[in-house]
Design a protein around this ligand. Sequence first.
Ligand code: SF4
Length: 449
Amino acid sequence: MMQANPKKTYSGCTLCYHSCGIEVDVADGKVVNVQGQLSHPLNRGYLCPKGRATIEHIYHPSRLRHPLKKDGTGFKQISWDQALDEIAEKLSAIKAQYGPQALGFFCGSVGVENFEMVALTHRFRAAYGSPNYFSVESICYRMRIRCRQITFGKYPVEELNSRLYLLWGHNPNESDFPLRLAITKNLRRGAKIVVIDPKRIKLADKAEMYLKIRPGTDGALALAMMHVIINENLYDKAFIDRWTLGFDQLVPHVQPYTPEWAEKITWIPADDIRKLARLFATTKGAAIYQGTCTQDQQANGTQTNRAIAILQTIVGGINVPGGWVLSPRLALKNIFLSTQGGGQPLGTDKYPLFYELWGRTSPYGIVSMVPESIPDKLKGFFVLGGNPVVTMPDANAFKAAFKRLPLLVVYEQFMTDTTALADYILPATSHLEAGASPTTTMSATACPI
Ligand code: SF4
């Protein structure tokens, strides 16, 4: 049979938060080709291996295609009507007996980065009346965003075309494809790299300096760099006078944090810290590119983030080419509903800062709360686009708790360790099957940044 001429559609890959531009050829209702969009400023026609495997992904034979219900012998295929009716009946029973706060929601990374999924989950949560929403965000890079907002009032991002890339616990060859493209291009134009990482990554071979930092000591390095920059008068005085507050307090604050002090903590020689601070302060268009390990996955991640934000600021590296820049965001309509009843979300007494700053409970909280709250406080749970039984700290606690849940519903594309524990599995659409606007985490959650 003759195949119709493919129709080209422009879309976005949302397999990670970058949202690279893609061109999708569709013939007879089937995707026949996916390629990077040449005119897209971020990926310029390229796709990472994950993006290139889109067709394999969406047509994979293991994709979940029907709702499944667990009975005594395993999962059985049921219709959407049956699944929705039965889940609705169980939700009504939980609400009638225990109140709306007995239901919890968890969005994984895919869920958080998908505008429609996270927005509609919040709408559903609020319509039901539950205050309990958890996500991967506080063990991903949410505190980086929050700390920059605390420091700048907005969330500046790296401009990508830097003259000096400080890759701080960040390995773009493996995990940040658009940055890898930008570095490759700009190295040819004379840009420089510094790698700060406990592990020697491949880009260290091309780096001006490679600093093998002791894990978890990034805040000490940032403070010592500020000590050098301030005491050697390498800071951008004009920028600081015009745009900042509190520099007079920062100067005495960093005095104890000498490179020698930091050497004992970071295991980086004091002379290297001085050399790095000088290089960073005297290169126009220098920017810090942080990895997740410098921020959310350390006990002192919040203060480290703040120190790094201030370090980028005192060299005048904000809103300049190659630095951190504030770019306008889409003004999306907020479709959330205000929660009626339900009370204070679980865990906010233990994790008030994250909740105050972001309005969500820390998933760290969920780890300790799950064994305590299920089944006494939480009777029903929805997991959307995530696999917490594998990805959360203390996965065993999650697993044990989910086994005790009276109702677990998982919305997923493939079977996972979490779906294995579900009472109902609802098959999820991929990014090419849903009518959502491709967007990123920041706009996805309609937060005013
Ligand atoms: S980096 Fe890869 S996975 Fe992420 S949006 Fe781009 S193509 Fe998709």
